[in-house]
Design a protein. Structure first.
Length: 94
């Protein structure tokens, strides 16, 4: 569901659109975390890999939107972590 959502990204620069951009990766990280007995380090590893796989185009699109909003439980927390990491990681790229 989240991967399919990416195609429906709205041109309106609303923070809620971040779920369309990053939701699939956050849900995958949460699923892996649950399979590992709710081990948060597993989700962190998944997010780290997602950051390294993200292309400059993805980061460019992400930066057109405000930061991810609060709420959303653990998946929302993972979305915010990924959002922050992608934005800060991109600033270190050349």
């Amino acid at each position: 569901m989240s991967a399919a959502d990416a195609a429906y990204l709205h041109p309106l620069a609303k923070a809620t659109q971040i779920k369309h951009i990053l939701g699939a990766a956050a849900h995958a990280a949460r699923a892996a975390e649950l399979v590992a007995g709710d081990d948060r380090s597993v989700a962190a590893e998944h997010l780290e890999r997602a950051v390294h796989r993200a292309t400059p185009v993805i980061v460019d699109v992400l930066k057109r939107f405000p930061a991810a909003p609060g709420g959303g439980g653990r998946v929302g927390e993972l979305i915010r972590l990924l959002d922050t990491d992608l934005r800060s990681h991109a600033s270190g790229r050349t």
